[in-house]
Design a protein around this ligand. Structure first.
Ligand code: TXA
Ligand code: MG
Length: 319
């Protein structure tokens, strides 16, 4: 496609510009061998919140974090020997592994939707790895399309769907594979297929000689973002609260609860700021031994829909 203001053919200067934008917290779309990604600095809560805002996602699914090489991956997650063996064979490539976050992982809690695991991959496109190398930060990137629409496999698709919402689209031609990466969870003795994709269960079985377990519920493949209560604080959660009971933490939103709140998602009532704070705040309060956490009502609009979706899961009965 012809170059417009925010679409640039891949070149050393375009990659340098994209890297600078990512470091500054902006959204950049880039090509991978699977689909075009909508990337943001995975260590920056507000930048990650912008991804959900741009896609209009009704819920906060955990995102895949992209890194340029195995060394960078090892700084973020813990590899067991099986995961390391798979990484050596299939990376760079269309495979994502879900592994335990390292204790001091700098990755935004929002990017991993509050989970203690992280989905990570090294993309196949040279331009993608050059960008990841240049920006020197891990990059969270779902497919670069509005939620519910078809994944983009050209820069023109991205421009059509999200053009006004990304700072730069790096055009590296059509994607070779055209469907998202295979997602697997890997323990030292098991492989669970969370999402089928470019690398098949057969490929993985043949290489590892381990049976690949399907992640099935009601016949459908599920990912944790879809489960009713997949991340919840250890104490109970009370929604749409207007005040705090004793031994209860109160999370405010907007002005008016300053005198009794424990913390606020956003004093200004800004939904993007609230999104950026949500998981980090739940984690923080969870460690303080409250009997429960009460949360002020969050408006059901824009990112508020995803915040309410997540809060509903956090408050759902546990089994
Ligand atoms: O091909 C791809 O993977 C594209 C390109 C841009 O790299 N990216 C992509 O990202 O599809 P995303 O964020 O849309 O895919 C996330 C997938 C979802 O199925 C999600 O549930 C799963 O990965 N996932 C992420 N973190 C997870 C975790 N901690 N545990 C289990 N599944 C996780
Ligand atoms: Mg997608």
């Amino acid at each position: 496609m012809s170059e417009t203001q925010n679409v640039k053919q891949v070149s050393p200067s375009a990659i340098a510009q994209a890297a600078k934008l990512l470091r500054a917290g902006a959204l950049v779309s880039f090509a991978t061998e699977t689909v075009y990604g909508l990337g943001a600095d995975a260590t920056n809560d507000v930048a990650v919140a912008s991804i959900f805002e741009a896609k209009g996602r009704p819920s906060f699914n955990p995102l895949i974090v992209h890194v340029p090489d195995l060394e960078a991956a090892q700084k973020l997650v813990e590899f067991n020997p099986l995961a390391l063996k798979i990484a050596t064979k299939f990376w760079p490539g269309p495979l994502t592994m879900v592994l335990p976050r390292r204790d001091k992982s700098p990755i935004s809690r929002l990017a991993s939707a509050g989970l203690d695991t992280l989905a990570i991959r090294i993309p196949g496109n040279n331009s993608a790895r050059e960008l990841l190398q240049a920006c020197q930060c891990p990059v969270a990137a779902p497919s670069a399309n509005p939620s519910g629409q078809i994944s983009p496999t050209t820069a023109a698709h991205v421009a059509r769907g999200l053009g006004g919402k990304v700072s730069l689209i790096l055009d590296d031609g059509p994607c070779d594979i055209g469907v998202e990466s295979t997602v697997i969870a890997v323990t030292s003795t098991s492989i669970t297929l969370l999402r089928p994709g470019g690398i098949t269960a057969d490929d993985l079985h043949r290489f590892t000689n381990i049976a690949i377990s399907p992640a099935k519920e009601d016949g459908k493949i599920t990912s944790p973002g879809m489960l009713l209560s997949h991340y919840a604080p250890s104490c109970s959660v009370r929604l749409n609260a207007s005040d705090a009971n004793s031994n209860e933490a109160f999370i405010g939103f907007g002005p008016g609860s300053e005198t009794f709140e424990t913390a606020t998602l956003s004093r200004a009532g800004d939904l993007k700021e609230a999104t950026a704070n949500l998981f980090a705040l739940l984690h923080e309060l969870d460690q303080k031994n409250y009997v429960s956490i009460a949360i002020a009502p969050i408006p059901m609009e824009g990112l508020g829909i995803a915040i309410n979706d997540r809060l509903k899961r956090a408050a759902a009965p546990r089994n």
